[in-house]
Ligand binder design. Structure first.
Ligand SMILES: Cc1cc2nc3c(=O)[nH]c(=O)nc-3n(C[C@H](O)[C@H](O)[C@H](O)COP(=O)(O)OP(=O)(O)OC[C@H]3O[C@@H](n4cnc5c(N)ncnc54)[C@H](O)[C@@H]3O)c2cc1C
Length: 349
């Protein structure tokens, strides 16, 4: 089979890059091993313009958020499903300090921050008020991945198997992997990139995240609720509750300690009864700079990467997939601070 691009991985990154390249009229084949415990399949799907305890505006959010809204809306229309809804964050301050930080920030961050006026005391216990972060988007990533996979399969663009460099041969003009001949291979293999033959020298950081899937009958599905942990509307009338960032983990098992911590928090905060349905875990493809890795290898121009999305794949992948596709197809410039060539020295070792 002859194609323009062989794409490794069908998480958020591989899905959006393959779509951008197909829209540019290119032929692609996506190889994905179908693993369940990968970041894209357990992500809550939030596009959040202001993050952290200090309420800091997300990098490039003024460009990323409208681009994400447009991209997910259009993909949903193409696939006949609804993928995106506006779902704002209600930030229940845990301490007086949290409330003070919001008051300070309100003066300088008028675009995305306000004070929530509705009374939520029927549902939650809280003593220090509620901040509101809006607009936020909630993306149904699971449906997008499943529907896009069906489309790739129907169009003969999907290989459901594990990619292995031992099956791979490259020359200046083309790459060959088993029966596929392509101009370039692009790695969208998420946390698999950390140990990759060509890109392991990038400044990766390991970041394990756990979440619980919880039934909370009666809780309105109109908002994301946050108090240290977040409660996010999920599929099948359930809620996603999490998450952790563990940078020192030694295995990818779920931990009883996380479940206990969430139960204690919910028992204190939530007034409604709840039931834990599932406990999920995956590794984020994070990096020390918190900016994605986009572009072609400085020494191997037939090998590219679209990865390093960290905890913000839903916001960053639509914008940079489009930029990367335009770079590949029309030779348009990549933004220097995401171009993987910024790591030319370490990649040349
Ligand atoms: C608990 C948690 C919550 C999160 N919440 C959010 C959120 O609310 N908003 C947000 O923006 N981000 C969130 N994230 C981060 C987000 O999930 C990631 O940024 C994003 O999913 C990364 O997508 P990816 O496609 O680059 O990688 P991945 O999701 O890891 O996908 C890589 C794909 O490649 C496949 N693959 C890997 N190696 C091979 C191989 N050798 N052969 C074939 N296939 C292979 C894998 O099976 C997988 O399908 C969260 C992450 C976690 C863990």
């Amino acid at each position: 089979m002859n194609v323009d691009y062989l794409i490794i991985g069908q998480g958020i990154s591989g899905t959006l890059l393959s779509r951008s390249l197909l829209r540019e009229g290119k032929k692609v084949v996506v190889v994905d091993d179908g693993k369940d415990a990968v970041a894209s399949k357990i992500a809550s799907g939030v596009v959040n313009p202001v993050t952290g305890k200090r309420l800091v505006r997300t990098w490039m959010i003024d460009q990323l958020l409208p681009f994400a809204l447009d991209t997910y809306t259009t993909i949903g229309n193409e696939l006949g499903v609804q993928l995106v809804q506006q779902c704002d964050i209600l930030d229940f301050h845990l301490t007086q300090d949290g409330s003070a930080i919001l008051n300070d920030k309100l003066a300088i961050e008028k675009e995305y921050l306000s004070v929530e006026q509705e009374d939520w005391s029927e549902y939650f216990r809280f003593n220090y008020g509620i901040g509101k972060i809006a607009p936020c988007l909630l993306i149904d990533i699971q449906t997008m991945l499943a529907e896009w996979r069906k489309k790739l399969a129907a169009d003969n663009c999907l290989l459901e198997e594990k990619f292995d460099w031992n099956d791979f041969v490259q020359s200046k003009e083309q790459v060959i992997c088993k029966s596929v001949i392509a101009q370039k291979v692009i790695l969208c293999n998420g946390a698999g990139g950390i140990d990759d033959r060509y890109f392991s020298n990038l400044p990766w950081s390991k970041d394990k995240g756990e979440a619980l899937i919880v039934s909370i009958p009666g809780l309105p599905r109109t908002n994301i609720y946050k108090q240290g942990i977040s409660i996010v509307p999920w599929q099948d009338d359930l809620f996603w509750v999490g998450a952790t960032h563990d940078w020192k983990f030694t295995d990818m098992q779920i931990t009883p300690a996380f479940r206990k911590q969430v139960e204690e928090q919910l028992n204190y905060w939530l007034k409604l009864p709840y039931k834990i349905i599932d406990h999920i875990v995956a590794q984020r493809p994070a990096n020390l700079e918190r900016k994605p890795f986009v572009g072609l290898h400085p020494l191997h121009p037939a090998i590219g990467i679209f990865n390093g999305m960290g905890s913000k794949g839903c916001s960053m992948a639509p914008y940079f997939a489009n930029m990367f596709a335009r770079h590949l197809v029309h030779n348009e410039s990549l933004q220097p601070d995401v171009d993987v060539k910024r790591f030319k020295n370490v990649l040349s070792r």
